[in-house]
Design a protein around this ligand. Structure first.
Ligand code: B12
Length: 213
């Protein structure tokens, strides 16, 4: 008898084979099979993030090209956006408004998108601006949306520290949370921001707890 983990392993194997040959149809079908019976949090934690991490490993050791990386990123992005069309939780109407963006020059926004979806499922009203967003645009959007919190994610700490003055000013008006490889406790303190845990599920609880206090 084939067990669920064995099936999942076989699907993951098939998915990587499809990625290697840019076979979009098989990649889409296999991803659908992997995500089908999982709720959003399971899909992100058990499929999407491990897949991205594996992509990173394969890219770093030269097994995959930039073209493969773009192919995978776009494949995942399509699937993640599909989740945004799902019905919201009943309490979302008065949930906190959370604006999410990557600072200028930062293009790694896929984990931020995952986090945004998880927050949405936990009753927040999310406003996702995505990659490479100019600071004046973030400030103006946070004001216009009357954001209860702003989340900034970056891979390099310099993407955040280069904007220290603007982010610290923003933090006076709206609580700011920083996340990603570029965010440390030290960087957060410099920016008058909160440091989110790396684990997106833990980060959702952290943010909701800070906003509730
Ligand atoms: C996919 C990818 C891209 C895609 C991004 C797609 C997208 N829209 O997100 C594209 C093609 C755009 C890209 C571009 C570049 N990339 Co790139 N990229 C990657 C790759 C392969 C995967 C990133 C990823 O999602 N990882 C998976 C996640 C799960 O892991 P993680 O990033 O460590 O995040 C963890 C936590 O930090 C946390 N987290 C991360 N973000 C957030 C956000 C929130 C809200 C929360 C709560 C948590 C959280 O969650 C994760 C799980 O613990 C990594 C390699 C790798 N090993 O990660 C390189 C990597 C991040 N890229 C790198 C580089 C250098 C670049 C480029 C400069 C390459 C180039 N020469 O053009 C450009 C520049 C981009 C820019 N200006 O920002 C370096 C960064 C090194 C550094 N710190 O300076 C890496 C590490 C590769 C390497 N070893 O060289 N990249």
């Amino acid at each position: 008898m084939i067990t669920a983990p064995e099936e999942s392993q076989a699907s993951t194997h098939r998915l990587w084979a499809a990625v290697e040959t840019f076979d979009g149809e098989v990649a889409d079908d296999t991803l659908a099979a992997l995500l089908w019976e999982r709720n959003l949090s399971e899909a992100i934690m058990q499929v999407v993030l491990p897949f991205l991490a594996e992509l990173g490993d394969r890219w770093e050791d030269g097994r995959l090209s930039v073209a493969h990386e773009h192919f995978v990123s776009n494949l995942l992005r399509r699937w993640l956006w599909a989740y945004t069309g799902r019905p919201r939780e009943a309490d979302a109407a008065d949930g906190p408004v959370v604006l999410l963006a990557c600072p200028p020059g930062e293009r790694h926004d896929l984990v931020l998108l995952c986090f945004s979806l998880l927050l949405g499922e936990n009753g927040a009203r999310t406003r996702f601006l995505g990659a490479d967003t100019p600071m004046p645009a973030i400030v103006a959007a946070a004001r216009a949306a009357n954001a209860d919190a702003v989340v900034l994610a970056a891979t390099r700490d310099t993407a955040l520290t280069a904007e220290a003055a603007a982010i610290s000013r923003l933090a006076v008006e709206h609580p700011v949370f920083v996340a990603g490889r570029g965010a440390t406790q030290g960087v957060a303190e410099q920016l008058r921001a909160h440091h989110l845990p790396h684990d997106p599920v833990a980060a959702v609880h952290f943010l909701r707890t800070v906003l509730a206090s």
